[in-house]
Design a protein around this ligand. Structure first.
Ligand code: ATP
Ligand code: MG
Length: 869
């Protein structure tokens, strides 16, 4: 069975059990501060479990893109070393939201595995939760009894909390689970050692494939467990592991999910893949794994960067490059060549990969290139360091510098060290690393308390499309501590405040009760809750509050948001259909829009885009808002849907003429209110991604006013010529001619002075001395000094000059004199400089000084003459 068929059968099976098939949520998470990446199928349903959102389908089935490289679930170090952990993997899942529970979940899992997939029953083992004293939970006898009616009792294992109590993170929904493990060893091996003894022992051939979680609790910030309002089922089956078992392979990498990638890596590197534990094979597996994580993240809109989720992706990419570099001798960009293979394989199920193939390839290529150059610099630095090293120990601080500035992971430093017979001081390295970690943890730590529930009101409603004021009550609140500062998050029964989203900033404003105002400093979405930030918690949270949005800011942001839509459409008209949104920021001051495009946008194109948008503004196009239409209908209307966004099956559609977008933001009711649109900058953000910043309304007026005022000032300064530009060009021409003349005059003057000085040479005891004041600038004096030095032997020359109060002294001593008379121009000039109120220095044969006191010139020259004597 091919992996495609295996995936399809899973979805079909649960469809036949009345489950709704839904698409994978994005792998990159945008509205949950506790999680950067989806690490399990249940993430997108968290609020359904917690009862924060309404359940639409009580049964769901899907395949979810997951990434486990940070936080509570981090498998990075296992990847490639073992055969069954990946960074990015697909988790197949069936879900019950307050609908069926343990019995159906267990029975259907068994039916699918043994009847549909026809797995050998004798190769399967199951585990159930065995209880935990800390959480005061008994063993899961219910699950045990259900299993007992299906399989022999000695195939059921009671397991500890570590293995059989599933938690998403430090807080959140959780519950006991029951896992299914498969033994893929040969008959002979099975006869020697009982499979049961290998379950949960990290044996590579006795692995967990499916976890059935029975969600019953919410883990609070203080560690306690609170029972959820309803009981749910959350199952997760590792798709790649399932393929391994069903395709009769010994490793996930041997399945058709990975083999095409592995074959390609082998052909690029010329290294044969032999599926061993050799470094080279590990490297091939790591690369085959990482390219998936990187490509899927970019397809979801997460470009590699220096912070947050972008940094995690950059690190995975660099890790892959480095494995290729160190173990497969790949010194040129190669990862980008794998994108095509991946797209051919998975582009059908995950359309976002296919549609963005070019961008993904280009972004990866640029990243690889940059990192390879940094690696080279690091290697140079390493060689410089080791060439001056006494002893055999590489300083841990130095290893940390390589790690920190050149992205050298410590094992690469190890490897290079051992090749040179050196060892790394690991203690010192670890200490430096720890220090950095603590520093960054301190800088970013936000502590959230648990929600205090004020009323068990229904789910909060957003009324901000129609109202900017309303009477609201607080349904829950909690305290946050960030960087030592305390603030509060409030949730209302309904709210006119727009929560940050779709690039548009969150509303600010205030809520008031009993004559007292509390300022709302920001509004954000956390999963399905709209949270309002305030520095001060109302003394009485049970009051009714009058909520008022800061209208001025909201209106300006709306202008910019609607202008963004018009511009997006204009970009596609002028530049082409490959333009896709890659990022957007809309606030009261300006709009910023990142999009895929592979060249600089020319001035002419910018002009065209501005013209189109300004025409649209003047046409005064009415907003056509469809607040809740089925997503398919929206797509049929030609709405631009963004990959990497989480949409429900009904969406909001915003239409201004030909611009049709899915969008949750707030907009102008007709375009004329935008007034004016002006692009102020165009630049590159990353390979294949450009950024435009633009302004509208008053800001655009101000911008143009300033430009005009500047032009007026120029006109004024030029005394109102007929043609300003011509007048400036004429001035420039005139200026450069004058410059040339000045140079000529200077040269002539220096020539004259030279003649004069030659006539003033005094021979004092075999030394040809010139001590004079001249009327030349410093540059000319230096030229002159070197000319005279070439023409007069045994020259001792001291020249002083005064150009507009800037006094200089120049001393030149022939090299013969430096030796024979032990003279030093630098020392002398320092001494003479005191007379002119300044300082200087230089070499034994040539030195200069500058000062501010012209009256000192005479005494300085007198002093110079004294030296001669
Ligand atoms: P393991 O103990 O093997 O790491 P887990 O207990 O972390 O697994 P769950 O969190 O229960 O796994 O995830 C559900 C299923 O997802 C697992 O049964 C497994 O099949 C699969 N899975 C988990 N982690 C990975 C991974 N890193 N790569 C591939 N599949 C995975
Ligand atoms: Mg795990």
């Amino acid at each position: 069975m091919t992996s495609k068929e295996i995936r399809q059968q899973f979805l079909e099976f649960f469809k036949s059990k009345e489950h709704q098939v839904v698409e994978s949520a994005p792998m990159v998470i945008k509205d949950d501060p506790t999680l950067m990446f989806t690490n399990a199928g249940m993430n997108q349903f968290k609020d359904l479990f917690l009862g924060n959102a309404a359940v639409k389908y009580p049964r769901i089935v899907d395949t979810q893109k997951c990434l486990r490289v940070s936080g509570k679930h981090n498998d990075l170090e296992e990847v490639g070393v073992d055969t069954y952990h990946h960074t990015m993997f697909e988790m197949l899942g069936n879900w019950s939201f307050g609908n069926y529970f343990k019995k159906e979940a267990i029975e259907w899992a068994w039916e699918l595995l043994t009847e549909v997939y026809q797995m050998d029953k004798d190769s399967l083992y199951v585990t159930v939760f065995g209880g935990d004293e800390g959480d005061q939970l008994g063993e899961d006898t219910e699950a045990y009894d259900i299993w007992k009616s299906i399989i022999e009792e000695d195939r059921i294992i009671k397991a500890s909390k570590k293995d059989n109590f599933w938690e998403m993170g430090d807080v959140g929904p959780c519950g006991p689970c029951s896992e299914i493990h498969v033994d893929i060893r040969s008959k002979e091996e099975k006869a020697k050692v009982a499979g049961k003894t290998l379950v949960n022992e990290d044996h590579p051939q006795v692995v967990e494939i499916w976890n059935l979680v029975f969600m019953e609790f919410n883990r609070m910030a203080d560690g306690s467990l609170v029972k959820l309002p309803n009981q749910h089922v959350d199952t997760g089956m590792g798709f790649e592991r399932l393929c391994m078992a069903l395709q009769g392979k010994q490793s996930n990498y041997d399945t058709d999910v990975f083999m095409p990638l592995i074959t390609k890596i082998a052909s690029i590197s010329g290294v044969e893949y032999t599926a061993t534990q050799e470094k080279k094979d590990i490297a091939i597996r790591v690369i085959a794994d990482h390219i998936r994580a990187i490509s899927f993240a970019i397809a979801d809109g997460q470009l590699p960067s220096n912070t947050g989720a972008g940094y995690v992706i950059r690190r995975i990419l660099r890790r892959a490059v480095r494995y290729g570099y160190s173990f497969l001798n790949l010194k040129e960009p190669f990862l980008n060549q794998l994108v095509e293979v991946l797209v051919n394989q998975m582009g059908e199920q995950f359309a976002e990969l296919k549609s963005q193939q070019k961008l993904i390839t280009q972004v990866i290529f640029e990243e690889e290139n940059t990192f390879l150059r940094t690696l080279e610099k690091g290697i140079q630095r390493f060689e410089e360091y080791t060439s001056t090293l006494n002893g055999k120990i590489i300083d841990g601080k130095f290893a940390f510098e390589l790690y920190d500035t050149f992205g050298f992971p410590i094992d690469l430093t190890h490897l290079m060290g051992s090749e040179a017979g050196l060892e790394v001081d690991m203690n010192e390295f670890q200490a430096a690393l720890e220090k950095q970690k603590t520093r960054s943890r301190k800088a970013t730590k936000i502590d959230a308390g648990d929600w205090e529930i004020v009323t068990e009101d229904e789910v909060e409603e957003f009324i901000g499309y129609d109202y900017t004021e309303a009477e609201v009550s607080i349904t829950r609140y909690r305290k946050l501590t960030a960087k030592g500062k305390e603030l509060y998050q409030l949730v209302f029964n309904m709210t006119p405040f727009y929560p940050e989203g779709g690039g548009q900033v969150g509303d600010t404003g205030k809520i008031s009760a009993n004559g007292k105002d509390y300022f709302i400093t920001n509004t954000k979405k956390e999963n399905n809750l709209i949270v309002h930030y305030t520095d001060q918690l109302p003394e009485n949270v049970n009051l009714k509050f009058q909520a008022v949005v800061n209208q001025k800011k909201r209106i300006l942001a709306e202008n910019n948001h609607s202008a963004t839509h018009l511009m997006h459409h204009a970009l596609r008209t002028v530049l082409g259909e490959h333009v896709e949104q890659k990022g957007s920021l809309v606030n009261a001051d300006y709009l910023r829009f990142d999009f895929s495009h592979f060249h600089k946008v020319t001035d002419e194109e910018i002009k065209q885009i501005e013209t189109i948008v300004n025409q649209n503004i003047r046409e005064n196009i009415q907003l056509d808002e469809r607040r809740a239409i089925p997503i398919n209908e929206a797509k049929e209307m030609g709405a631009m849907a963004l990959f990497g966004e989480k949409y429900g099956d009904v969406v909001r559609l915003i239409k201004f003429g030909d611009s049709i977008e899915l969008c949750g933001g707030t907009h102008v009711s007709s375009t004329a209110r935008i007034g004016q649109f002006k692009i102020v900058s165009e630049s590159a953000v990353a390979a294949g991604v450009r950024r435009i910043e633009a302004i509208t309304a008053e800001k655009a007026d101000q911008y143009l006013d300033n430009k005009l005022a500047l032009l007026d000032a120029v006109n004024e300064a030029l005394k109102h010529p007929k043609d300003v530009l011509q007048s400036i060009t004429a001035l420039q021409r005139q200026n450069s001619e004058l410059q040339k003349q000045v140079e000529e005059f200077k040269r002539a003057a220096a020539g004259n002075v030279k003649g004069e000085l030659k006539g003033k040479v005094q021979n004092i005891g075999g030394i040809n001395a010139i001590v004079e004041e001249v009327d030349l600038d410093a540059g000319s004096i230096k030229d002159l000094a070197f000319q005279l030095k070439a023409e007069i032997e045994n020259l001792f020359m001291v020249l002083a000059s005064n150009v507009d109060g800037k006094v200089t002294l120049t001393i030149l001593v022939a090299e013969e004199l430096v030796k024979s008379h032990d003279l030093h121009a630098g020392n002398m000039v320092r001494d003479l400089a005191k007379e002119i109120g300044g300082g200087g220095g230089g070499q034994p044969f040539f030195a200069t000084a500058g000062g501010k006191n012209p009256n000192g010139i005479t005494s300085a020259l007198e002093k110079a003459k004294a030296y001669l004597k």
